[in-house]
Write a protein that binds this ligand. Structure first.
Ligand code: PLP
Length: 391
């Protein structure tokens, strides 16, 4: 089955819900058993991992619907839902690491994931170190006897380096380490994590799965071998997400393929237009032929989302930059992304780098291409660049 078909059909069970197209929202903490025998059977099912509902925290049919659909889409054994993308990132790390272990994370990892590795994991005796996202098979030199996990994120947050995930996974597996990937940019549609050697795939579902900027959610999907640890940690942490938010995510999921196609197309149009402006040093977008990650993107990805970065020339002053950003009418100034609307955000990767040096001097911004008409988005940028020139 193609992904578009899976998106429409997986995880839905109209026959169980009076024929309703969408699985309903179950608001439930206590789940009652009619008899002691039923109670005992549910306990046995749980031990045998038969999907069912025993207590609201471990999920209801609403939760199962989203988990099932995402696992099918990713080609994973199972999937669990977390209440935010970051909870999914830290939950995945906690699942595979213990005191005395070492974990390698990409230097371009999502900032809050870096903090969790340096603060939270450290308190539990796990040592985190960071590697150049472009290291590829060279990561072999950084593997230690106690390296139990390698964390990849491709392209990287803010700086968009594409990683050679299969090469990294090959080395990690040779050392017995698990490969955890934050696959939020690629989405399960445009990067097939499990075909590229990943064992555990994370989605900040807040972004394109929800897709409408109205709920926070994370998911972690994994292979059969990686499942017992993920399941146990998810349970021990008591992670559960609200049914209304899960409903919004499974609703967003149904249209993700058509939305993404437009985000991709508009993103490339904007990136190419921006790259032609004389004030621009470089555009960080793996789908552009001149991008340093383009060859790997072409080899491993099936598409691009609407998120990319821009580095301005050092000659653009702070004042000119402010004039550019502050007058924009269609781009919201905001940190999350993946909704239907366009966004802009300034960024400075330097404070979040320890393994590599950021090579640029100029001011930077990140754009999320929304579903507005590209001509209107370009006109808004055009006016912005004119303000920048005057500023
Ligand atoms: C936004 C984001 C997260 C965190 O998701 P939240 O739902 O905001 O917690 C994790 N990883 C990446 C790459 C993100 O962009």
């Amino acid at each position: 089955m193609h992904d578009e078909t899976k998106l429409v059909h997986s995880g839905r069970h109209p026959e169980q819900f009076e024929g309703a197209v969408n699985p309903p929202v179950f608001h439930a903490s206590t789940i009652l058993s009619p008899t002691l025998e039923d109670w005992e059977r549910k306990a046995e099912d749980r031990a045998k991992e038969v999907p069912g509902t025993y207590y609201g925290r471990t999920g209801t049919p609403t939760t199962r619907s989203l988990e099932e659909a995402l696992a099918a889409l990713e080609g994973a054994h199972r999937c669990v839902v977390f209440p935010s993308g970051l909870a999914a990132c830290t939950g995945a790390l906690l699942a595979y690491l213990a005191a005395g272990d070492h974990v390698l994370l990409s230097d371009s990892v999502y900032g809050p994931t870096r903090h969790a590795a340096m603060r939270l994991l450290k308190r539990y005796g796990v040592e985190a170190s960071f590697y150049d996202p472009c290291i590829g098979a060279g990561i072999a030199e950084l593997m230690r006897p106690n390296t139990k996990a390698v964390y990849v994120e491709s392209p990287g947050s803010l700086t968009f380096e594409v990683q050679d995930v299969p090469a990294i996974a090959e080395v990690a597996h040779r050392h017995g380490a698990v490969v955890i990937m934050d696959n939020t940019w690629g989405t399960p549609l445009y990067f097939k994590a499990f075909d590229h050697g990943v064992d555990v795939s994370i989605q900040a579902a807040t972004k394109y799965v929800v897709g409408h900027s109205d709920a926070m959610l994370g998911t972690v999907s994994c292979t059969r071998e990686a499942w017992p640890k993920l399941k146990a940690t998810h349970y021990d942490l008591g992670q559960t997400a609200g049914p209304d938010d899960i409903y919004l995510a499974q609703r967003g999921l149904r249209t993700m393929a058509v939305r993404l196609k437009q985000h991709w197309e508009t993103g490339v149009i904007l990136a190419e237009w921006i790259a032609r402006q004389p004030e621009v040093e470089t555009v960080l977008h793996p789908a552009l032929p001149g991008d340093r990650g383009h060859a790997l993107w072409k080899r491993d990805f099936k598409g691009a989302c609407g998120l990319f970065g821009v580095v301005l020339k050092p000659s653009v002053s702070d004042r000119a930059f402010r004039a550019f950003i502050n007058g924009l009418e269609l781009y919201g100034l905001g940190a999350s992304w993946g909704g239907y609307e366009s966004l802009i955000m300034p960024f400075d990767p330097r404070p979040q780098r320890t393994a590599t040096r950021w090579p640029y001097q100029g001011l930077c911004f990140r754009i999320h291409a929304g579903l507005e008409h590209p001509d209107d988005l370009i006109a808004d940028l055009q006016a912005g660049f004119e303000r920048m020139r005057r500023g």
